[in-house]
Design a protein around this ligand. Structure first.
Ligand code: PHE
Length: 359
């Protein structure tokens, strides 16, 4: 190779090695081997060389081109390795770091119990419904056949709110029954709803809290009768408490919005001072129920000659305490993490009853 070509090769190889990035290397390649590149120009001028020298010069130029091209490939591989090393270092995960601590929260027994109740009634075709905590007097009382001077209004220990000009004073709902009215007014029968929610009564002792929870059930159809009420509630009690032969008793009672009305008791024993749910000599009251009063049906604009059904309501705290052996109602609202760790439930746990039944 002539001195001139050797010098060019050394210069280009130097530039290749000096290229610090793939872009810089590409510049060098274009300068040497591109259409206007130094080596390409020399190749083009081969025609002007004297014929006797042409062959040797051609071979020398080919070797030069090959040498430069090999140098570029080698540099390209080296730069790619450097880039990979840099990324591996930057994206490294330090697996010796401690993992994040597990979340400490757990599901409150009231939430768990609501999940379980709605799951059981959901399987029976009841749909979840809700209503407002601040209720109009009409929905909470009047439409439910509790007229203004009715004694039930006093018994309910109602919290009243300040009235707006010319309007009846709103109340904190004393039960979830107003959602019966809201449901019948907002969707055409036949219908089945299960309604959990907060309720309020001015009452505070070991077994009463001014805020507590109820769940309401309502089924309206053309031929729903007391047998359906009994069948649903017996099935519910047995599924909820997980006792297949749990005795369930219907005791005549009175509510202004149902006729006839029945309170429901479940069997238990209190042997040795310990309460156990199941067959035994004793009874525990757990809910109120009845056939929806024809006046209530009519108050919702439905014809009581055509539509009838049943309703029930129960206190959630009470049945949660019975099922999970929680001795004091007031601890439910203490927000004591130690209590929640003991009585709480793992979030995302599927309520156990239906899963067990399906196994
Ligand atoms: N609302 C009643 C209560 O709070 C319970 C109930 C609901 C009774 C529906 C009958 C029918 O005690």
């Amino acid at each position: 190779m002539s001195d001139e070509l050797t010098a060019l090769r050394d210069e280009l190889e130097g530039a290749v090695l000096a290229a610090g990035s793939l872009e810089a290397l590409e510049d060098v390649r274009v300068r040497a081997l591109g259409r206007r590149g130094a080596v390409t120009e020399l190749m083009k001028s081969l025609g002007k060389v004297a014929p006797e020298e042409r062959r040797e010069r051609g071979q020398a130029l080919n070797r030069l081109k090959q040498a430069v091209s090999d140098a570029i490939d080698a540099r390209k591989a080296a730069l790619a390795d450097v880039e990979l090393e840099r990324r591996l270092a930057a994206e490294r995960i330090d697996i010796t770091l401690p993992v994040r601590p597990a979340p400490e929260g757990s599901l409150h027994p009231i939430s768990q119990t609501i999940d379980e109740i709605t799951q059981i009634f959901g399987e029976m075709g009841f749909r979840w419904a809700e209503g407002p905590d601040i209720e109009d007097d009409w929905y909470n009382f009047t439409a439910l056949n509790i007229p203004p001077e009715h004694p039930a209004r006093q018994e309910m220990d109602t919290f009243y709110l300040a009235a707006e000009e010319g309007r009846a004073r709103p109340v904190l709902r004393t039960h979830t029954s107003p959602v019966q009215i809201r449901t019948m007014l907002s969707e055409p029968p036949p219908l089945r709803v299960i309604v959990p929610g907060r309720t309020y009564r001015s009452d505070h002792d070991a077994t009463h809290s001014p805020m507590f929870h109820q769940v309401e059930g309502l089924a309206i159809g053309r031929s729903i009768h007391m047998g359906h009420l009994k069948g649903c509630l017996i099935a519910f009690c047995r599924a909820f408490f997980g006792v297949a032969d749990l005795p369930v008793r219907f005791r005549p009672s009175h509510f202004p919005f149902t006729e006839p009305s029945a309170e429901v008791d479940i069997g238990c024993t209190r042997e040795g001072g310990q309460l156990r749910i199941g067959a035994g000599g004793d009874w525990l009251e757990i809910l109120g129920s009845g056939m929806v009063h024809p006046k209530v049906i009519a108050n919702c604009g439905l014809d009581p000659e055509e539509w009838q059904g049943f309703a029930f309501g129960m206190g959630i705290e009470r049945i949660a305490m019975l099922k999970y052996g929680i001795p004091d109602l007031r601890t439910m609202y203490d927000s004591d993490l130690r209590w929640l760790r003991h009585y709480g439930f793992r979030p995302l746990d599927i309520p156990g009853l239906i899963a067990e039944a399906a196994e």
